[in-house]
Design a protein around this ligand. Structure first.
Ligand code: UDP
Length: 258
């Protein structure tokens, strides 16, 4: 699917991509917090493919630091809304780390947040975000939607529509969408492509329900892939056929989209 440009960078068949990276990819397996070594390896892949001209916005999660639902469940004295705001701030911490790691590798970036915090980052302004993308800057979108009780999956789906991204790339720990849980059945079949309707009918897990329905309603393809395999983030952005593509039924078997 991807070609190699004269400079050696893979060219992407997408014009504009929204990449959702969960917080767990910001730390070592089984740990929490931030590992700049892990982030740097992600950034190397991003640098190579962005050089080819694909426009890239990244929504980062915060689960390596705090998830509102989990934190409020174990902390009787915290208001659930407060816990979710803490989770959103965790995504800003990750966004700052990602920004510096990318800039260190010569990638021009902007960090935009859904909760205003002048002095740290720009506010998310749709038209400004798109302008940055058009100028070749990677835009990191942090603080989720700015509202509690949802996850950064939902932020990714909403922002993808706002910025008119061609696809949502969902980086996970598994190779894609399986007919059964691959951790329970090692022989479970992985789909290379599946329709939104079939995901629903079979009760499969792709993104959180709100995010999934938003993408389905607005025909935004989702690619679920394993970020732990070296090079996969770059391949996914470049549009190589890895993981599982979730698409409208009318696009099954059609390799390119909008
Ligand atoms: N969060 C929120 N609103 C949003 C996005 C995130 O309240 O729009 C909070 C929520 O508590 C969530 C936490 O931020 O658990 C971190 O995000 P998420 O769980 O999506 O991170 P990930 O699992 O992707 O690392």
């Amino acid at each position: 699917m991807s070609d190699v440009a004269p400079g050696g960078s893979p060219t992407s068949h997408y014009k504009r991509v929204l990449l959702k990276i969960s917080g767990e990819s910001f730390c070592r397996s089984g740990e929490s917090g931030i590992s700049m070594a892990e982030i740097t390896s992600i950034c190397e892949q991003i640098r190579n493919v962005v050089a080819s001209g694909v426009e890239l916005a990244i929504v980062c999660g915060g689960g390596n630091i705090l998830r509102g639902k989990e934190f409020s469940a174990v902390s009787a004295t915290i208001n659930p809304s407060t816990a979710h705001y803490m989770g959103m701030l965790a995504t800003v911490i990750n966004g700052l780390a990602l920004q510096d790691a990318l800039e260190n590798q010569g990638v021009s970036t902007r960090l935009q947040t859904a909760i205003r915090m002048e002095g740290v980052a720009e506010p998310f302004i749709r038209r400004r975000c798109i302008r940055h993308l058009e100028k070749g800057r990677v835009v990191i979108l942090a603080a989720g939607t700015g509202s509690p009780f949802v996850t950064t999956d939902t932020a990714a789906a909403l922002r993808a529509r706002e910025i008119e991204a061609n696809v949502v790339l969902k980086a996970t720990r598994v190779d894609g969408v399986y007919a059964e849980d691959p951790e329970k059945n090692p022989h479970a079949v992985r789909y290379s492509e599946i329709s939104f309707q079939d995901v629903l009918q079979q009760g499969l897990q792709v993104m959180d329900a709100q995010a999934f329905h938003h993408c389905m309603e607005h025909n935004i393809p989702i690619v679920v892939f394993n970020y732990k395999k070296v090079g996969n983030i770059g391949r996914a952005i470049a549009g190589e056929r890895i993981g599982t593509r979730v698409v409208p039924a009318s696009q099954i078997g059609n390799a390119t989209e909008g």
